[in-house]
Design a protein around this ligand. Sequence first.
Ligand code: FES
Ligand code: FES
Length: 150
Amino acid sequence: MVSLSVNGKAHDIDVDPDTPLLWVLREQLGLTGTKYGCGIAACGSCTVHVDGEAVRSCAMPVSAMEGKKVVTIEGLAVDGVLHRVQQAWVDLDVPQCGYCQAGMIMAVAALLNATPKPTDAQIDEAITNVCRCGTYPRVRAGIHHAAANA
Ligand code: FES
Ligand code: FES
């Protein structure tokens, strides 16, 4: 049994402790907004927040989440109000197919918590998520837009 907090709710989950967090989120908790891309911590599509830090959940055993607070894309808006990164993504139509974008948004939200006004160089260093649609210019514009709306 593993106890973890996801989007403010406590869960006790009967699962192999080595199961990646991603699969517990998607299969045990039904939170399918977090996507599987590569499974080897390379693409970022599975990014969630763990105690406020961006974490690639495909490579994180659920047992490491004991006592930590996990937030997924489903928990980013508060009381129906979009997070400013989500709002920036709407304002600038950032996504194309959308598959990578939940992870992208979670990574960007964590970046802006740590670095409220990132430079292009800081964005390049922090946001290494892969987007097969090539939305990178709009992602960068969205980050600056969200930073300006802080
Ligand atoms: S699915 Fe986790 S980094 Fe690609
Ligand atoms: S929007 Fe399609 S993979 Fe990024």
